[in-house]
Write a protein that binds this ligand. Structure first.
Ligand code: FE2
Ligand code: FE2
Length: 157
């Protein structure tokens, strides 16, 4: 193996051991303080849930974790939707439809787990969850955040 290959392999091994599942990066910042705070908080909670699923923690603990994440997502999406309405964001309908789809997908995962607590959770499921969260933040949320940050609510300074 080449030196670079060995170095890459070493890095990959280290990554698996020490880096969190979802790592907060400054490119995720929307510039809307409350939403940025909630995104970081959601990332942290999803990291815990990921660990619980990987460790096959007790069913009650995982069910409670899934329920908590679902409730937090609902509240977070409701807050973003309020911001979008207040700031008259033109992409509101599409963004809300994405939120509704994400909640449906998460509910589907929860129900599958309830039906079968031995549900497999490994790299493919992790990749889906990661894409699901990061793609939405990096595309739709960033677009909305830029708009909200640059369009004050009319009538307010
Ligand atoms: Fe968001
Ligand atoms: Fe969003």
């Amino acid at each position: 193996m080449s030196e670079a290959g060995a170095a890459n392999r070493g890095r990959a091994g280290k990554k698996a051991m020490s880096e969190p599942f979802l790592e907060w990066k400054t490119v995720y910042r929307l510039g809307v303080e409350m939403l940025d705070y909630e995104h970081q908080d959601l990332f942290a909670r999803l990291n815990e849930l990921n660990e619980e699923l990987l460790r096959h923690d007790e069913r009650e603990k995982i069910e409670a974790g899934l329920g908590e994440v679902y409730a937090r997502l609902q509240a977070h999406f409701a807050l973003e939707e309020r911001f979008m309405r207040e700031h008259k964001f033109p992409g509101y309908a599409e963004h809300k439809a994405e939120h509704d789809q994400l909640l449906d997908d998460f509910m589907e995962f929860m129900l599958r787990f309830e039906r079968d607590a031995t549900l497999s959770y490994g790299e493919p499921e992790q990749a889906t969850l990661k894409h699901w969260v990061v793609d939405h933040v990096l595309t739709s949320d960033l677009e909305m955040g830029r708009f909200v940050a640059s369009h004050p609510i009319s009538g307010k300074p």
